[in-house]
Design a protein around this ligand. Structure first.
Ligand code: FEC
Length: 314
């Protein structure tokens, strides 16, 4: 029998339908139901993005499919069958379902990877913990990719997107060097810093390298999408950053949400609707780089880290 490697591709997850939003939100809140007000606020955000559909589901499906094809096409995988399985953090198929599916197919060796390039104990770390526990139950030998935030192909894909939008700014009459580039990622509770979490540093590393390769001098990192809880979250938030930039009379802003790899609520609502509205009020022009989704370079970055890990381990 051909050598088989299972690849558990993990992603955040999104509801299947409008009726599923409550269960999804309850899962995010670790079993605590949202209030009516919280639920309708989230429902309205989904309605606002693309009329109540959930783009993350289709994007994740496509990423998993394309990654499997990319692995198959790589000459280094000849003689080994790579099979990709999906495991979502907050929706079905859950991470545990993905590991069960690998076990049902007789997979004995597997790699776990998250569709988020930067490591945090609260994000990628928690995906890994759940997959690890389930793999142990099934006796699957599993190795995890913790981060890939400086992979040259990821950097190239992001750089190309920054350059493309700077070109658009120029065509629209802006002065290229005056465009302020904002790299952004999902905020997390600020206690992660005291815990020595690598998340903020890794995000800065990606930002620095992309800025350098795209020839951008005028940039800064800012957080977005912080939770609405009483605990402090990492800042500054992008909406405050826009206010500050307006005081400095910045007119053109390019947002590069490097912590995300798909079109979904945090990009399509928090940036394209909320941040754009604030920018408009401040008389600023705001554009956003295109999301990676199933970009071939991104898929090659993922397949490269997976193949290398398999070679190292087995
Ligand atoms: O399009 C969609 O349906 C899903 C979009 C979505 C992505 C995403 C990614 C990340 N999150 C991260 C951290 C937190 C923390 C909390 C939290 C809460 C929410 C809520 C929604 C939501 N997140 Fe999310 N996140 C997405 C959506 N997230 C909806 C609940 C309502 C709200 O607060 O807005 C707070 C709860 C908790 O303590 O767990 C923390 C991080 C990422 C990026 C890495 C990754 O993809 O895993 C970090 C996409």
């Amino acid at each position: 029998m051909m050598n088989q490697i299972g690849v558990l591709v993990m992603s955040y997850g999104t509801p299947q339908s409008m009726e599923d939003i409550e269960a999804y939100y309850t899962h995010i809140r670790r079993g605590n139901k949202p209030t009516e007000e919280q639920l309708s606020e989230l429902t309205e955000r989904y309605e606002a993005i693309v009329g109540g559909v959930f783009p993350l589901r289709e994007n994740t499906n496509k990423q998993v499919e394309t990654l499997e094809q990319t692995l198959k096409q790589d000459a280094r995988t000849e003689g080994t069958e790579y099979r990709c399985y999906q495991g979502l953090k907050h929706a079905s198929p859950f991470i545990e379902d993905g590991v069960d599916a690998m076990a049902a197919d007789g997979i004995k060796k597997a790699i776990g990877i998250v569709l988020a390039p930067h490591y945090s104990t609260m994000s990628v770390g928690s995906y890994i913990k759940r997959a690890e526990a389930k793999a142990e139950e099934h006796g699957i030998d599993m190795s995890f990719i913790e981060s890939y935030h400086l992979h040259p192909k990821l950097i190239e894909a992001l750089t190309m997107r920054v350059v493309a939008k700077l070109n658009d700014f120029e065509e629209a009459g802006a002065i290229r060097k005056d465009v302020q580039v904002l790299f952004s990622a999902h905020s997390l509770p600020s206690k992660i810093v005291e815990m020595g979490d690598p998340y903020p540093e890794q995000l800065l590393e990606t930002s620095k390298v992309v800025a350098k390769q795209a020839g951008v001098d005028r940039w800064q990192f800012t957080w977005q999408s912080a939770g609405r809880t009483a605990t402090p979250w990492l800042g500054p938030d992008i909406l405050d950053t826009l206010q500050e930039l307006s005081k400095e009379e910045v007119e053109d802003v390019l947002v590069a949400p490097i912590g995300f790899v798909s079109d979904h609520l945090e990009v399509l609502y928090d940036l394209d609707i909320e941040a754009k509205a604030v920018a408009k009020e401040l008389d600023m022009r705001l554009m956003r780089i295109d999301s990676l989704n199933s970009d071939p370079l991104y898929m090659e970055a993922l397949s490269d880290v997976i193949i290398r890990r398999v070679d190292e381990k087995w």
